[in-house]
Design a protein around this ligand. Structure first.
Ligand SMILES: [Zn+2]
Length: 173
């Protein structure tokens, strides 16, 4: 149950509390002239570095990038591909959770990292701690594709190859 993973601020580790503060600071840099919905995010990578991001909108709405993804992209471009935790700070309290696209992006780089959600008041407001698996159960992740390609490799000798007769049918010749 989601309620079981909620935590009050006093239960947050100092690392997660710092992440919330970084997300809150990043939120101030958001570029959201169309939605006015400012979002900041900060990810801690397995090598201990922290990368922040904010949502960046565009007059061509579909080009807008969420805060979570901009933080993940910064981490990847700096050579870090394993997320240890993420904090997201939005306008809302109770805090809003990442959109579906961002959940999928996070799952690419972490199986089940803590996701800390907070409102505009950061640590002074309501803070929720969830797990990525709660937000995106049965995710389609790299290991999903690896399992497929391995299975494909073991069957490579028995893969059906189109016969010339089949090709004739398909092309009508
Ligand atoms: Zn998103």
């Amino acid at each position: 149950m989601a309620e079981s993973s909620e935590a009050c601020v006093s239960q947050l580790s100092s690392e997660l509390a710092e992440l919330v503060q970084r997300a809150q600071a990043a939120r101030a840099l958001a570029y959201a002239p169309y939605s006015q919905f400012l979002v900041g995010a900060a990810v801690r990578t397995s090598d201990g570095r922290v990368f922040s991001g904010a949502n960046v909108e565009n007059a061509s709405y579909g080009l807008s990038v969420c805060a979570e993804r901009s933080a993940v992209l910064a981490a990847v471009l700096a050579g870090s591909r394993e997320l240890a935790a993420i904090a997201v700070c939005t306008e809302l309290s109770p805090p809003a959770a990442p959109c579906g696209m961002c959940r999928q992006t996070l799952a690419e780089f972490s199986a089940d990292c803590p996701v800390v959600l907070c409102g505009p008041r950061g640590l002074d407001g309501e803070v929720l701690v969830m797990r990525l698996r709660e937000l995106l159960p049965r995710a389609f992740v790299p290991s999903t594709l690896h399992a497929f390609t391995e299975a494909l490799g073991s069957q490579s000798d028995t893969q059906p190859v189109p016969k010339s007769d089949d090709q004739d049918v398909q092309t009508g010749r």
